[in-house]
Design a protein. Structure first.
Length: 120
């Protein structure tokens, strides 16, 4: 639903907090545009589980829930958003990482992307 035809581009900002037992919780905000009249904003909460033995890196599965706000033709259409994301957090040096991922959910069908971040 971010694009009725072809694809949309977007940007995301996320914060997560590491919990014991390789879990993390957080929030994210994604904005996307299909470059022909549809913009979407996605504020969401996230729960993530890492599957590696070294804590908060490696393969992960994430559940997202939040709002999906469609801006089209001067109207705002609010929808519930829910999805699953899978990916790999690759640490770079001591505080940086990159994170390729794929996601599927409602009301979008799928998405792929790469995040980069800083660990505090």
């Amino acid at each position: 639903m971010n694009a009725r035809e072809n694809f949309a581009g977007g940007a995301a900002l996320a914060f997560d907090y590491a919990l014991p037992f390789s879990f993390a919780i957080g929030v994210s905000f994604t904005a996307s545009n299909n470059f022909s009249g549809i913009a979407v904003m996605e504020p969401a909460a996230l729960l993530r589980r890492y599957f590696s033995k070294n804590g908060n890196s490696g393969l992960f599965l994430q559940a997202d829930a939040g709002a999906f706000l469609i801006f089209e033709d001067g109207k705002i259409i609010p929808l519930f958003m829910g999805g699953l994301r899978g990916g790999f957090r690759l640490p770079l040096k001591s505080s940086f990482y990159i994170e390729p991922y794929g996601r599927a959910g409602y009301p979008f069908v799928f998405g792929i992307g790469v995040l980069t971040g800083i660990r505090f």
